[in-house]
Design a protein around this ligand. Sequence first.
Ligand SMILES: [Zn+2]
Length: 381
Amino acid sequence: MGIDLKTFIFIDQHCHPLRKRQQQLDLLDFRKSFSESRSISQIEDHLPTSVFYMDMLNRLGDLFEVYGEKEVFAKRQTLPEKEYLNRLWDQVSIGGMIIDDGFVTSDSMTIDEMANISQRPAWRCLRIESLLEESISKAGSFDELMRIYRDRLGQGKTDNVVALKTIAGYRGGLDLRVVPEDTARKEFDSLKSKSAEANFRIGVGDTGNLYHYALLEAFEIAGASNLPVQMHTGIGDDDGDLRKTNPLALRDIFISERFAKTNFVLLHCYPYVSEAAYLCSIYPNVYMDLSLSISFASPYARYLLRQALSMAPTSKILAASDGHTVPEAHWYGALSWKRELSIALNSLISAGLIYEEQAHDIAAAILHDNARKLYNLEGLV
Ligand SMILES: [Zn+2]
């Protein structure tokens, strides 16, 4: 017996836009959506041998009764985009999504297009680094920069924004420093000239003084505007040096009075799931999700969830896919979450720790209720 979560609504609290014209993607593009690696040989020669990727293809094959990568890929290419996406997302009951559109190409769907094609609510997560880079390119001085930047952050929940997000983990690491304004000010001129270069990325190749100053400003404003801040920890981007993405480095932020009103959501966490769970058990303003860990480590996901459940209060755990580019990524995230969470919760029932009714409530909290409350999502029952 035990609980079955197939029909539970899944709110994808952290994901990215899809590519337009899905049928023009080739197999390599498709595979890239399931790897953080930028190495073509890694994706061509090794990704298909990963168990999670096999599982994803096998489950997709079940849906269309075709098996093997070539066959499954050929099938998805023949199906009308909208119908295909909705068939997948309906199967796993994706009820809405919070989308980080901080890194997009001209081929990416907008958030409105995502909502239209999927006919589900889509909210926006504003990436702090993209806003800061944009503000530097617009400003002529440090004071003007901070005015533009704070103005946008101060607008809070306009433009469908329900959360902020930082990728500091991949831009020098999570050891964030408190930087005096004067020190930050001195870096404006050099960052301004760099901002004219193609591929300018704050925090890459600079000392990070202005960056850290602005980040901490954003955290404070987020607290005043009631916007949770999502933070990448552990895996998530091959730019990241995993030695520097341990969420334990954030303790000073979590204990600071300055950020007492700011809620932080630790994303992915792998391999620091226990660390994140511990932080959630100590600090009232710390939450976690395991998004990409559940997809890319799906053979181990039930144990990762047990690790999260070992210490994190269940009101602090959120679900997400971190899917991007292809709808299969969001779909596989939701599918793995539900399957693995039901296994993890059923093991707790069998071990005599919780009753079935409690497991049911925990699942509802993790899969949708916690996100709805934390982000004040409108339009959801
Ligand atoms: Zn992401």
